[in-house]
Design a protein around this ligand. Structure first.
Ligand code: ADP
Length: 180
């Protein structure tokens, strides 16, 4: 575990639908109507209430975030955010990915929630290079902690050992205050 300005930051290898947190983040698409990857897993595990609420919300622009119940999952809420589809890195992808993380954290704070779990947004079907995506994720979290109070724990939930080790490397090199 890591600590940055009093906020616990941790990495876990596993399935985000099993995590207990105030909110888990879904790497959704603009329709919010479900898809493959982590999006499909969240809708399957959470049940139909999530889709019902997503339909009422009516979609989400890239880089923004929306909130629903987590249905049958152990967490309370799902924050749906839409990361960019990676083309060549010259279409504003990094800014959009940054905003997806940052706006998810803003929504968490708006709802007075304290703990959040992120998957590696955009690095699956949306093909964002993993190392750069990880740097952006960590920077967005640290910037948020620098600017806003209230959150207590940020967890990065990685679906593969390789992703876990990548995050570990980058966090080891970024955050000085490492615990255990
Ligand atoms: P995107 O379309 O934003 O790229 P994907 O769902 O395709 O979203 O992939 C994002 C990341 O989520 C990938 O690293 C993928 O391995 C991971 N992932 C897939 N299923 C799960 C899950 N159940 N829990 C956590 N991460 C997952």
């Amino acid at each position: 575990m890591y600590k940055y300005r009093g906020v616990n930051i941790s990495i876990v290898e596993g399935d985000i639908t099993k995590i207990e947190s105030d909110a888990i983040v879904n790497a959704a698409n603009n329709t919010l109507l479900g898809g493959g990857g982590v999006d499909g897993a969240i809708h399957r595990a959470g049940g139909p209430m999530i889709l019902e609420q997503c339909k009422r919300i009516g979609g989400c622009p890239t880089g923004e975030a929306r909130i629903t119940t987590a249905g049958n999952m152990p967490s309370k809420y799902v924050i749906h955010t839409v990361g960019p589809i990676y083309k060549d890195g010259k279409q504003g992808e990094s800014e959009l990915l940054y905003r997806a993380y940052y706006n998810s954290l803003k929504l968490l704070a708006e709802y007075n929630l304290k703990t959040i779990a992120f998957p590696s947004i955009s690095t699956g079907v949306y093909a964002y290079p993993k190392q750069e995506a990880c740097h952006i994720a960590v920077k967005a979290v640290m910037d948020f902690v620098d600017n806003e109070a209230g959150i207590e724990r940020v967890m990065f939930v990685l679906f593969s050992k390789d992703d876990y080790l990548l995050y570990k490397d980058i966090l080891d090199g970024t955050i000085c205050n490492k615990l255990d």
